[in-house]
Design a protein around this ligand. Structure first.
Ligand code: COA
Ligand code: AMP
Length: 636
C-alpha cells in the first residue's frame, strides 16, 4: 500500500489536537544526548517549556552530526562580500574546526555554561563562528545589529550582563566604513555592568585598533592571537530548556525586550521549518539576505540551514548599490542558490532601480526554486512583479523575533497551496491562530481584529523575556488569557488564509527593521527645546514605513524648525543608531490628545497616510486635529 504524505490540513489538525505528541515525534529528527520522553511541561502555565527532560547541544546538531554522518566535505558556508569583492567557502569539517577552536578560546577566557556573550559583528564568517562557539559550550549569545549606536549597546550590556563582547574593527556600508571599536568602548564606559573581556577580529581599512583601548577592568584581545593556541572544545550537552540566545527587540517603551530562545525547542523548530516551510535539506543552498543581528539572520542565515545540513550563503552587501540592482541575481547564479529569502523592501529597492528587471537578462537563475520574503507586509504590486520576473513562487511568511520561525506561510515542503496576493497564506502547523476582538472573542471570517495564538506556542518560540517572567506575561499573555498576543492586527478569510494588516502598538517597521517610536520619542523629549513630541510611522513607498516626528516647543524656546530638525536627527542617530532612519521633524502648536492625555498617534498616522480616520469622542480639543492636518502630509 502506498502511504500518502500528510496534507497541510491533516498536519495542522494533528499539531493542534495533541501538540505534545506531535512535537515529540518531530524531535526524533534531532540528535539528543538524552532523548526527551515528555513533550511539554505545562506546570508553570502560561509559561510553557518544551522537552523538559531532553539534553542536547545545538552546535553539535548544526555541525558535528553532519561531519560524523560523512558529510564533512560538503559546503556549510559561503561568504560572499560584495563590499570587499571576496568569496570564501567553508566545508562542514572546516567550520567545525574553527568553531571548536573559538569555543576553546572562550573557555580559556573563563567563559562557560550560562555566561552571556554579546556579539557585535558585521556580516562576516566570524559571526557564525562566534554564535556556534557559544552554543557549543552552553554560553548564551546576544547578537546586536551593527546599525545600533553605543547607547543601545550599553542598554543590552546592562540587561544581559555579558562576560565578554565579541566584535570586529567595523562594518562596511556602501557609503562609509562604520568603526565598531569606538562604539563598543563608549558602550562599555556608559554601562553600569563591567565587561571583563572584549575579543576583536581585525579587518583591514579601519582607523581604530583594539590596542587603543584597554585600561580599567576590561581587557581587549585579538581573536587571531587567542585562536592560535587555543585547544578545540567539545560540545557540552545542555538541558533542552537551557537558553541558547537572547535577542533584543523593540517594544512600545524605550527599553528593549530580551527574547529568550531555548535550545531543544529551537533545534526542533529549525529542523521542522527548514523541511516543511522552506523545503530545504542536504544539497540545498539557501541565501538569506538579512543580517545576523535580526531574528531572520539567527534562524535562516545561521542555525536553520546548518541544522538542516544545507549550504548557507552569508552575503555582505545590499540589494542595490553593491554594485547595482543585479546583486541578488549574481548571487543566485554564482552560488546556485535554490532558496532565497529577503525582505519585501529589498525587492522594492531593486524594482525602483531596475523596473523591468533588465539586469536579469544574461543571468542564469535556473537553480532558483523558491523566493521567500518576510519582515513586513508584502504588497500585492511587489508580489506580482517579483513572481513575473523570477518565474518561481514568491512566498510571503509572517513571523516575529518572539516566535523565531514562521507563524504563517505556504508550507512548501508539506503541501503547496494556492497563493493569494497580500496574504502569507495559512498558519503553520503548531500555530493555532485566532482573530479576537477587544474582548477576546473570536470574530467572523474577513473581520479585522487582534491576531492572537492559542497557547501553548510551538517549540522554538520565546521561552520568556530575559530575567523578567513578569514582563513576558504582562506584554504577551495577559491581554487575552490563554492566548499569546502578537501585536499585529489582521483577518482570516473564509478559506482560512491570514491577512496581516499592521501593528496595534507603537512599533514601526522601516525597511523590514522593527523599531520603537517610543524609544525615538524618548530621545526627542530629551532635547531642551522640546516640550512634548510624537513619532509615528507613515507609509513609505520604498521602506514600508518611515518615522516622522512632531514636536511642540517649550515656551520661549528659540530655535528654528530647521535647526531643531538637524539636532534631533543627529540625536536619534547618536542614541539609537543610523538604522532608525529618522529624518523628518515638524514643529507644531499642539498634539491631539484624549482627555486622559493619551496622544492620538493612530489618528495622526491615518491622516498622514491619507486614510479614512475617525476622531475619537474622547478627544480633548478637536481643533488641534484641524490645525495639524497640513503638517501631517510630510514631503515625499
Ligand atoms: N551597520 C551600520 N549602519 C547601518 C547598517 C549596519 N549593519 N545597516 C544600515 N545602516 C545604516 C545605513 O548606512 C544608513 O545610514 P545613512 O543614514 O548614513 O545612510 C541607515 O542605516 C539606513 O539604512 P537602510 O535601512 O539600509 O536604508 P538605505 O536607504 O541605505 O537602503 C534598502 C535601503 C532597502 C536597500 C535597505 O534598507 C535594505 O537592504 N533593506 C533590506 C532589509 C532587511 O534585510 N531587513 C531584515 C529583516 S528580514
Ligand atoms: P521582527 O520581530 O523584527 O521580525 O518584526 C515582526 C513584525 O514585523 C511583525 O509583528 C509584523 O508586524 C511585521 N511582519 C513581519 N513579517 C511580516 C509579513 N510577512 N507580513 C506582514 N507583517 C510582517
Amino acid at each position: 500500500m502506498v502511504r500518502m504524505a500528510p496534507t497541510y490540513a491533516q498536519t495542522f489538525a494533528d499539531a493542534t489536537s495533541d501538540p505534545a505528541a506531535f512535537w515529540l515525534d518531530a524531535a526524533a529528527s534531532i540528535d539528543w544526548d538524552t532523548e526527551p520522553v515528555i513533550g511539554l511541561d505545562e506546570s508553570r502555565a502560561p509559561i510553557y517549556a518544551w522537552y523538559p527532560d531532553g539534553v542536547l547541544n545545538v552546535c553539535h546538531n548544526a555541525l558535528d552530526r553532519h561531519v560524523t554522518a560523512g558529510r564533512g566535505a560538503s559546503t556549510a558556508l559561503i561568504y560572499d562580500s560584495a563590499v570587499l569583492g571576496i568569496q570564501e567557502t567553508y566545508s562542514y569539517a572546516e567550520l567545525l574546526e574553527k568553531v571548536a577552536r573559538f569555543a576553546g578560546v572562550l573557555l580559556e577566557r573563563g567563559i562557560g555554561l550560562g555566561d552571556r556573550v554579546l556579539i557585535y559583528l558585521p556580516m562576516i564568517p566570524q559571526a557564525h563562528i562566534a554564535m556556534l562557539a557559544c552554543a557549543r559550550i552552553g554560553a548564551v549569545h546576544s547578537v546586536v545589529f551593527g546599525g545600533f549606536a553605543a547607547k543601545e549597546l550599553a542598554a543590552r550590556i546592562d540587561d544581559a550582563t555579558p562576560s565578554a563582547i565579541i566584535t570586529a574593527s567595523g562594518g562596511i556600508e556602501p557609503s562609509r566604513r562604520v568603526e565598531y571599536l569606538p562604539a563598543v568602548n563608549e558602550a562599555i564606559e556608559m554601562a553600569g555592568h563591567q565587561v571583563p573581556t572584549v575579543i576583536v577580529t581585525h579587518r583591514d581599512g579601519f582607523n581604530h585598533q583594539r590596542s587603543e583601548y584597554g585600561g580599567g577592568d576590561t581587557t581587549w584581545y585579538d581573536w587571531d592571537d587567542l585562536a592560535l593556541h587555543a585547544a578545540p572544545a567539545q560540545a557540552v550537552p545542555v538541558p533542552s530548556t537551557h537558553p541558547l540566545y537572547i535577542l533584543y527587540t523593540s517594544g512600545t517603551t524605550g527599553s528593549p525586550k530580551g527574547v529568550v530562545r531555548d535550545s531543544g525547542g529551537y533545534a526542533v523548530a529549525m529542523d521542522y521549518s527548514m523541511r516543511k516551510v522552506y523545503d530545504v535539506g542536504p544539497g540545498s543552498t539557501m541565501l538569506t539576505a538579512s543580517d545576523v543581528g535580526w531574528v531572520v539572520g539567527h534562524s535562516y542565515i545561521v542555525y536553520g540551514p546548518l541544522i538542516a545540513g544545507a549550504t548557507t550563503v552569508l552575503y555582505e552587501g545590499k540589494p542595490v548599490g553593491t554594485p547595482d540592482a543585479s546583486a541578488f541575481w549574481r548571487l543566485i547564479e554564482e552560488h546556485k542558490v535554490d532558496t532565497f529569502f529577503t525582505a519585501p523592501t529589498a525587492l522594492r529597492a531593486i524594482r525602483k532601480a531596475d523596473p523591468d528587471a533588465e539586469l536579469l537578462a544574461g543571468r542564469d537563475i535556473s537553480s532558483l526554486k523558491n523566493f521567500f520574503v518576510a519582515g513586513e507586509r508584502l504588497d500585492p504590486d511587489t508580489y506580482t512583479w517579483a513572481g513575473e520576473k523570477l518565474g518561481v513562487p514568491v512566498v510571503d511568511n509572517w513571523w516575529q523575533t518572539e516566535t523565531g520561525w514562521p507563524i504563517a506561510s505556504n508550507c512548501m515542503g508539506l503541501q503547496i497551496l494556492e497563493l493569494k496576493a497580500g496574504s502569507p497564506t495559512v498558519p503553520v502547523p503548531g500555530y493555532d491562530v485566532r482573530i479576537l476582538d477587544g474582548f477576546g472573542d473570536e470574530v467572523a471570517a474577513n473581520e479585522e481584529g487582534n491576531i492572537a495564538i492559542k497557547l501553548p506556542l510551538p517549540p522554538g518560540t520565546l521561552a520568556t523575556l530575559w530575567g523578567n517572567d513578569q514582563r513576558f506575561i504582562e506584554t504577551y499573555l495577559d491581554q487575552f488569557p490563554g492566548y499569546y498576543t502578537t501585536g499585529d492586527s489582521g483577518f482570516m478569510d473564509e478559506d482560512g488564509y491570514l491577512f496581516v494588516m499592521g501593528r496595534t502598538d507603537d512599533v514601526i517597521n522601516v525597511s523590514g527593521h522593527r523599531l520603537s517610536t517610543g524609544a525615538m520619542e524618548q530621545v526627542l523629549g530629551s532635547h531642551q527645546a522640546v516640550a512634548e513630541c510624537a513619532v509615528i510611522g507613515v507609509a513609505d513607498a520604498l521602506k514600508g514605513q518611515r518615522p516622522s516626528g512632531y514636536v511642540v516647543l517649550k515656551t520661549g524656546a528659540r530655535i528654528t524648525e530647521e535647526e531643531l530638525g538637524r539636532e534631533l536627527v543627529a540625536l536619534v542617530r547618536a542614541h539609537i543608531g543610523p538604522v532608525a532612519d529618522f529624518r523628518e521633524v515638524r514643529v507644531v502648536q499642539a498634539l491631539p490628545k484624549t482627555r486622559s492625555g493619551k496622544i492620538l498617534r493612530k489618528t495622526m498616522r491615518q491622516i498622514a497616510d491619507g486614510k479614512a480616520y475617525v476622531v475619537p469622542s474622547t478627544i480633548e480639543d478637536p481643533q488641534v486635529i484641524d490645525e495639524l492636518i497640513p503638517f501631517l502630509a510630510p514631503p515625499k
